[in-house]
Design a protein around this ligand. Structure first.
Ligand code: ZN
Length: 346
């Protein structure tokens, strides 16, 4: 999404804290008080640590939005340094989309510049394994008017991002083996591609998997051993309370577009209900922090490395990343961690 979108959807801090009170009704905007103070939001599921075996600790770094301006590359490298200096070692990183500021409506030169910065920051600043999710701003040229793309370019659409991520397809899945030697425990991680053409706007996008990816997801899940816990990562939320934080319109209606929440969210939630091994779904896109627990699945919107697109905090969301601790019994802990970034003054 863009900063313009969220500005309109925003709440004052006082209002945000009121919304956080909804937690008692089963809808929690987690991390608001803590995140606003630059600390962490910790949420535990399942039995207390002790009897649980830690399978893996994963850094979820979403919405890095690198660009030549506002020392964004330096910010990303500071975040990577923070992730790798942790005493509680992170095993791998998942990037949550919107890697670069934007190429959806940018020309080839500007897109090259941004991906170059992104590649250099990772090459220079990271030694952990990385898996990446595609965000709307990583899709080159779908706004043909502004990008001047014809659609015939070799790296048009998601091809450029896939090349940067080192894979053929925009969605994938893999197993994460236990960090404990000799253990057979594992988690299965699914990386979805949220970005689909908007059927009502040739220059726009919506959150949707589409038929091919939906079929793939169904067979990927069906092939799993039921005892293997699953974590799903998308850029656009499948379910999130953050999309409700704006004011109703004059007709007292809250408008929630399919650019901020998956259009196929209902179908996906029904599919997830058939797979009790699905434990959590992570997203980015909103540059805000929340958690919704629904029908046995926890949906976590995990903030933004860039905060307010490198202009400081975005409401309760300071520049930060999530740490997911995945346990052998299917439980997990989640925390939102800031990395001490001081945004350049405008
Ligand atoms: Zn986005």
């Amino acid at each position: 999404m863009t900063s313009h979108d969220t500005r309109n959807a925003g709440l004052s801090r006082r209002e945000a804290l009121k919304v956080a009170g909804l937690g008692a009704a089963g809808l929690a905007v987690g991390g608001l008080p803590l995140g606003a103070l630059g600390s962490s939001c910790v949420a535990s599921v399942g039995p207390p640590a002790g009897g649980r075996e830690l399978v893996a600790r994963i850094g979820h770094l979403s919405d890095t939005h690198v660009q030549p301006e506002r020392r964004a590359a330096e910010g990303l490298e500071a975040c990577l340094a923070h992730v790798q200096a942790r005493k509680d070692k992170v095993d791998l990183i998942i990037t949550g989309g919107d890697s670069i500021m934007d190429c959806f409506e940018q020309n080839e030169a500007r897109t090259t510049l941004q991906w170059d910065i992104w590649q250099k920051a990772w090459k220079h600043g990271n030694s952990l394994p990385v898996h990446s999710v595609v965000g709307n701003h990583d899709v080159w040229g779908w706004n043909k008017g502004d990008s001047r793309c014809t659609g015939q370019e070799l790296r048009y659409g998601k091809k450029w991002a896939c090349e940067m991520f080192g894979r053929e397809r925009s969605f994938t899945s893999f197993d994460v083996p236990s960090r404990s030697p000799g253990s057979a425990a594992k988690w299965h991680v699914v990386l979805l591609d949220s970005i689909a053409h908007d059927p009502n706007d040739p220059h726009g996008y919506i959150g949707e998997l589409g038929d091919e990816q939906t079929d793939w997801l169904k067979s990927d899940l069906a092939a799993l051993d039921r005892a293997t816990p699953v974590m799903i990562v998308s850029h656009i939320p499948i379910l999130s309370a953050t999309v409700l934080l704006g004011e109703p319109n004059k007709a007292h209606v809250r408008e929630v577009g399919s650019g901020v929440i998956h259009a196929d969210s209902t179908k996906l939630r029904d599919l997830f209900a058939q797979h009790s091994s699905i434990k959590c779904c992570l997203s980015g896109h909103m540059h805000r922090i929340d958690r919704v627990d629904f029908r046995g699945v926890s949906y976590l919107c995990n903030g933004a490395v860039s905060g307010n697109w490198w202009k400081g905090a975005h409401y309760e969301c300071n520049e930060g990343y999530a740490v997911m601790e995945l346990y052998s019994d299917g439980s997990f802990d989640a925390a939102y961690e800031t990395y001490g970034w001081k945004a350049e003054r405008a």
